[in-house]
Design a protein around this ligand. Structure first.
Ligand SMILES: *Cc1c(COP(=O)(O)O)cnc(C)c1O
Length: 362
């Protein structure tokens, strides 16, 4: 059956490591000797406690987080965090700084405004259709926090280095590049990521929150929208999506034990991205859409000479076993999402295919 699997370049939900899928298959009918499937056990059981705690411990080790950070699992996707962050962490009368680098940042900013709270745009790349990461940032001295999107899944840009906010807590939507590289976590108040790009299936958002942020949470919020509800109940105030969290645990185990951690993962990811970008740089047929110093190592966006050729390219690719290369419907063009689980072999095969396609159509 594994012979029929395609090279999966989907943007999200996206490819999962094959050993993870195999382990799920193996354990599916009888999880950890329980005589039940992970989809049948109680979230109040010792079995599930071990799963969720191991996922949190592995996250702390992989990202080298100190004890101030708590790992929460919250439903509602990354999109729910767009409102939870200002509801919980932006006190009345204060304002927050947002850097607008594309579709997801724009949505995050909109939610602050819906709540009637004050938002200051500290930087934006909207003037050039979000094709770069802005360098000229104007932070307000009294901002409650600074919010960024570390990797822009749709526009294909990524922060190579995070901005220096001079002590203002950073909030980052890392949905599409969490666990793709190591970084200094000290400046961050909150890091969040919808699981379905780089760490699991859809259904959960991982929220990494520093304890001084938890102190900001106001009392008068609904239980399900309050970070402290999750931190006090180990993310089990209500029933969590057990299967999704189990898969996240297995992906993190694969990252630690098979890949060998985030330094190794970054090395591989650098090689993968380099293969595609060097093809663009040596070709007049494929054109990357992001400015060079802002290129994403996770979502590689590109155009062909015209839309007819793009259509033919995406179809021909599908016929040859390469899926998910169509750009987001809002921008068109092509996109190869090359998250952690998409191996170097897949990129090598894609680059070969692209060279042949150029030869035949260029
Ligand atoms: C996919 C994505 C989202 C939306 O995630 P949901 O889990 O569907 O809410 C938000 N931000 C970024 C950067 C994304 O890539």
């Amino acid at each position: 059956m594994t012979q029929n699997r395609i090279y999966n370049f989907n943007a999200g939900p996206a490819a999962l490591p094959l050993p993870v899928l195999e382990e799920i298959q193996e354990s599916f009918l009888n999880f950890a000797g329980s005589g039940m499937s992970i989809t049948e056990i109680s979230h109040r059981s010792k079995w599930f406690d071990d799963v969720i705690n191991d996922a949190a411990e592995r996250t702390k080790r992989l990202l080298n987080l100190d004890n101030r950070f708590k790992i929460l699992f919250i439903q509602g996707g990354a999109s729910m965090q767009f409102c939870m962050i200002p509801m919980n962490l932006l006190p009345e009368g204060r304002s927050a700084d947002y850097v607008n680098t594309g579709t997801w940042s724009t949505k995050a900013i909109k939610e602050v405004k819906v709540l009637g709270k004050n938002v200051n745009i500290a930087g934006s790349s909207e003037d050039k259709n979000f094709s770069y990461i802005p360098k000229d940032l104007q932070f307000s001295r009294d901002a409650a926090y600074v919010h960024i999107t570390s990797n822009n899944t749709i526009k294909g840009t990524q922060w190579a280095q995070f901005p220096d906010t001079q002590g203002i807590p950073l909030m980052a939507d890392m949905s599409s590049d969490i666990m793709s590289r190591p970084f200094d976590t000290a400046p961050f108040g909150v890091i969040y990521a919808g699981a379905q790009k780089n760490i699991g299936p859809s259904g959960i958002c991982m929220v990494i929150i520093r304890d001084d942020m938890l102190e900001r949470v106001p009392e008068n919020l609904p239980a399900m929208l309050k970070y402290t509800t999750y931190s006090e109940k180990n993310s089990m105030y209500n029933t969590p999506p057990c299967f999704t969290i189990y898969t996240v645990q297995l992906v993190l185990k694969w990252l630690e034990e098979t890949v060998g951690g985030l330094d190794k993962m970054e090395e591989i990811n650098n090689k993968k991205a380099e293969l595609l970008y060097s093809l663009f740089d040596s070709s007049s047929f494929y054109r990357g859409t992001a400015e060079k110093d802002s290129r994403s190592k996770m979502n590689v966006t590109f155009r062909l000479p015209d839309e007819e050729l793009e259509k033919a390219f995406i179809q021909k690719a599908l016929d040859n076993g390469f899926g998910g290369l169509k750009g987001h419907r809002s921008v068109g063009g092509c996109r190869a999402s090359i998250y952690n689980a998409t191996g170097l072999d897949a990129i090598e095969a894609l680059v070969d295919f692209m060279k042949t396609f150029e030869k035949n159509n260029g």
